[in-house]
Design a binder for this molecule. Structure first.
Ligand code: PAF
Length: 283
């Protein structure tokens, strides 16, 4: 595995691969790998000829007062895991390589970015879209792989790629969970012992919502209220950021649950802001 820091070197390598007809798969990450990241990289290995993993803690997707400086980093361990899971290139640019002075171009998908996480993080998805589009231009992948834990991010990137005719297949891969159900996240290390003990109940509350729907409840407000009641009792250390039942593609709020419905949630638990989601209906 090669470690590259220079965007132009990455682009030249990937241009050569493309000219040779190689299928490049890109896995964009911010590092501090857990089994969720490993599953994305090994999936990329299984479908592509060449695997590029980017590791970049993108400053433009953090708002003022968010955890940019504290975001966990461990390049040596990440490089070993990326290699063990089959990466050909680990791309680790510096912020000034990706956003040199004078950078002035931004990509936004306001209709999907103004809801859910976008309400409390109004500039987050602009930063995500812009960096992901830059990575697409550098690595020129035929496939790009993202985790479904950030469902909204995945929906936005899919829409961006479609709207801008980017020739990339955006693939979402299932959430990887700890044995007790907590969705894996680099930010789980912020949790205290007590908070960590309650955190799996985020997932259990979502499963309760799904069971309510499977039991015949179709009123989204009633399902949300059932989950909220569960979380009030079983997640008392957390503050709700949002609990929303939406259409999985358009992210529009649903009043009735019919063929496709996603429940997406965000909670603040101590220093961590944790997100999770589950399809309540549809696949
Ligand atoms: O999901 C992430 O880790 C980041 O938002 C991404 C896609 C790597 C862009 O910085």
């Amino acid at each position: 595995m090669q470690i590259l820091t220079d965007p132009r070197t990455l682009q030249q390598t990937c241009l050569r691969w493309r000219a040779d007809g190689q299928h490049t798969v890109l896995v964009p990450t911010m590092g501090y790998y857990h089994s969720g990241h490993e599953s994305l990289i090994s999936y990329a290995r299984s479908v592509g000829d060449k695997v590029v993993v980017s590791l970049f803690v993108n400053p433009t997707q953090f708002g003022p007062g968010e955890d940019l400086a504290a975001y966990p980093r461990d390049l040596e361990r990440d490089a070993a895991l990326a290699e063990a899971n089959g990466a050909d290139i680990l791309f680790t640019p510096q912020p000034a390589d990706m956003f040199p002075a004078g950078h002035a171009t931004w990509i936004e998908v306001p209709s999907l970015a103004g809801t859910l996480c976008g309400v409390s993080r109004p500039t987050h998805f602009r930063g995500v879209c812009t960096v992901v589009m830059k990575l697409f231009q550098l690595a020129m992948p035929r496939t790009a792989v993202f985790g479904q834990k950030d469902w909204q991010q995945l929906a936005i990137i899919r829409r961006m790629a479609r709207d801008l005719n980017v020739p990339v297949d955006v693939v979402g891969r299932p959430i990887v969970r700890e044995q007790d159900g907590l969705a894996m996240s680099s930010r789980n290390i912020y949790l205290s012992t007590e908070e960590r003990a309650q955190a799996p109940n985020i997932h259990h509350g979502l499963a309760l919502g799904r069971a309510l729907v499977q039991g015949g409840e179709r009123d989204a407000a009633a399902v949300a209220e059932g989950m909220r009641r569960y979380w009030r009792e079983n997640l008392p250390l957390a503050q709700e950021d949002y609990i929303s039942i939406v259409h999985p593609e358009t992210l529009e709020p649903l009043a009735r649950i019919t063929d496709a419905a996603l429940c997406a949630v965000a909670f603040r638990l101590g220093k961590a802001r944790l997100i999770d989601n589950m399809l309540l209906a549809g696949e």
